[in-house]
Write a protein that binds this ligand. Structure first.
Ligand SMILES: [Zn+2]
Length: 58
């Protein structure tokens, strides 16, 4: 499910609309995939993917 998420700089609210309910134009906001303190789990995920590649599964 990929949706464009916008953020209102005025209310600091996330919305699907290009214009906030307050009338302020919203800014495009990319969804955050990983949190900054998620290094260990993303490393594990990468190692797992490398294993799959070595086995020719990907
Ligand atoms: Zn707003």
């Amino acid at each position: 499910m990929m949706r464009h998420i916008f953020k209102c700089g005025n209310c600091k609210k996330y919305t699907m609309k290009e214009t906030c309910d307050c009338g302020n134009k919203t800014l495009f906001s990319r969804p955050v995939k990983y949190t900054p303190n998620d290094k260990f789990s993303s490393y594990k995920r990468k190692a797992k993917i490398e294993q799959y590649v070595k086995r020719g599964l990907l």
